[in-house]
Design a protein around this ligand. Structure first.
Ligand code: NG6
Ligand code: CA
Length: 528
């Protein structure tokens, strides 16, 4: 592995710090973008970023679900160092924070936001959070919601607090629900119904009852309030209907603050643009975290019905539009030259992820995972191998990079850029790879580490991939098509150079390599 000296070549004088915009998309897969080979859906704005910057073809998120990837991005530490013990249905040890999780990031430790704030940046987060808020057990939603982003260094925050498909369906601005009428407080519970809006939970629904998009769902899907639904759940998402969309978690009240799903993309984009405008005359760091292309997929009027592959394509177009609005403003303000834009995704793709939205049926020849196996939730490549585009005109080598990169290194890399003295000392896992991000250095990380939905860890070294044995299910049956999870009670070893779809488990044939990689993993686990 190449070791870069602290504060090495890439460190920058304070007065010339570039602005930094991280566009972190949700569930966007390796094959979802034009510049990565998609042809059924157009992404001109992202493709332009790729043309003007560097596009990575071997870049990884740290996990195949949202919470642990975001945790690693902001803290530089693998989330599996503190196994969460959450459950979803029958699945135990799941790495998806429930909607009433308290703040997961320890405010006493450095974060990407605190490091950049200390370096003189105005720091803002706009969009999906999903890292817990408030004390353990969740916040007082009607009061001041803390700890949260401001406790880890964000000057400004406008959040989708959990996910679009989880309550509460409100935005939280700087620790308060935006637009909340104090006479109509919200009530939120992840344990029991909380009032008339708590709806259609039906414990008799099991995965084998999922029907395809063109069949009529069994009556049970609608429970007692079918008439309110504009989109059926295909699994779960059956506790509260807000705007005709059924969600996970119980909620009532807060009518004046409820978001409208059709408007989420535009609302958060406007907030992101406001943040840039407000801070245009000083270095700023914006973490813009889109809702698209996560479920529920409810495109705004501008994009509804516009793609040839149903809502799945519509929301990709919408996400691309958000990107275009941001780059357009940077152009208009004359800031493009001095802004480092990083575009990537939190985990791989999924089609039907609990809503009857046609994504499993109308997708045609579009391949969200590109050539790879698996997707969201999975230990296979498409779970974490995601698009990464970096643009900083004049500063990055334009073109395509095959150098391996892991999002775990974003913390130390951006810390180094901001002049932080000892970026590799910030966390146990993150290493300064800034020269890789700019294409100056082509010897990337020699080891890539990632986890799947149930915390099974894999390591990649020199095209060999080892997936540790685990006891999770072989498929996630809550999705359609059912997602291969990469779980097996046996160790797995793939040569992802020659067997890119991970068909042949060579662990028995090649016990030395299996042992070598499992030892490496053990050492990483033991690292303090
Ligand atoms: C799953 C949800 C899925 C999605 C996911 C989180 C069900 C059946 N599935 O449990 O719809 O919300 O959690 O996605 O409830 S993530 O991108 O935020 O990790
Ligand atoms: Ca996600």
């Amino acid at each position: 592995m190449t070791i870069f000296l602290a504060g090495s070549a890439c460190s920058t004088q304070k007065d010339e710090l570039p602005n930094i915009v991280i566009i972190y998309t949700d569930d966007v897969g390796y094959g979802d973008l034009g510049c990565y080979g998609a042809s059924s859906v157009k992404t001109p704005n992202i493709d332009r970023l790729a043309e003007e910057g560097i596009r990575f073809v071997n870049s990884y998120a740290c996990a195949s679900t949202c919470t642990p990837s975001r945790y690693a991005l902001l803290t530089g530490e693998y989330h599996w160092r503190k196994p969460p013990g959450w459950s979803v249905g029958e699945l135990k040890g799941v790495s998806i924070a429930p909607g009433d999780a308290g703040m997961l990031i320890d405010p006493s430790k450095p974060s990407l936001a605190s490091v950049l704030k200390d370096a003189g940046y105005a720091t803002g987060v706009v969009g999906k959070w999903h890292l817990g808020l408030g004390p353990a057990g969740g916040p007082d939603w009607n009061g001041t919601i803390k700890p949260g982003p401001s406790e880890i260094g964000f000057d400004y925050s406008w959040l989708i607090p959990v996910t679009g498909d989880r309550v509460p369906c409100v935005f939280v601005e700087n620790g308060r629900i935006a637009g909340l009428d104090p006479h109509d407080p919200v009530r939120v519970s992840y344990n029991q119904p909380v009032g008339p809006d708590s709806t259609i939970y039906n414990p008799e629904i099991t995965p084998d009852m999922i029907v395809s998009y063109d069949e009529t769902p069994p009556e049970k899907y609608g429970g007692n309030q079918t008439e309110k639904l504009k989109m059926y759940p295909s699994f779960g998402h059956d506790q509260t209907i807000v705007n005709g969309v059924p969600r996970i978690g119980y909620m009532t009240g807060g009518k004046s603050a409820l978001w409208k799903d059709e408007d989420i993309a535009e609302t958060i984009t406007v907030k992101a643009l406001d943040f840039i405008n407000d801070n245009k005359s000083r270095p700023f760091f914006l973490y813009f975290s889109t809702h698209d292309v996560h479920v529920p997929r409810v495109p705004g009027e501008r994009f509804a019905g516009k793609s040839s592959i149903g809502v799945y394509g519509d929301v990709i177009m919408q996400m691309d539009w958000c990107v275009g609005k941001i780059t357009e403003l940077l152009d208009d303000l004359g800031l493009s030259e001095n802004t480092l834009v990083i575009f990537t995704s939190d985990n791989g793709p999924v089609q039907d992820d609990g809503y009857h939205d046609g994504s499993a049926e109308i997708i045609g020849t579009h391949s969200p995972a590109g050539p790879y196996k698996g997707g969201k939730y999975s230990a296979f490549e498409a779970g974490t191998k995601v698009p990464l585009i970096v643009r900083w005109p004049g500063k990055v080598r334009k073109g395509v990079s095959e150098t391996p990169f892991s999002q775990i290194d974003i913390l130390a890399s951006l810390a180094a850029l901001s002049g932080y003295e000892n970026p590799n000392g910030l966390s146990v896992d993150s290493r300064n790879s800034f020269p890789v991000l700019t294409g100056k250095e082509q010897t990337g990380r020699d080891i890539i580490v990632q986890q799947n939905m149930v915390g099974v860890i894999s390591v990649i070294k020199d095209n060999w991939k080892y997936i540790e044995p685990g006891d999770g299910p072989e498929f996630n049956l809550y999705t359609r098509p059912p997602m291969p999870m990469g779980n097996s009670p046996e160790p797995q070893l793939y040569n992802i150079g020659s067997d890119i779809t991970e068909e042949y488990n060579l662990a028995k044939e090649n016990p030395e390599k299996t042992r070598e990689l499992s030892d490496i993993l053990q050492k990483i686990k033991d690292r303090k």
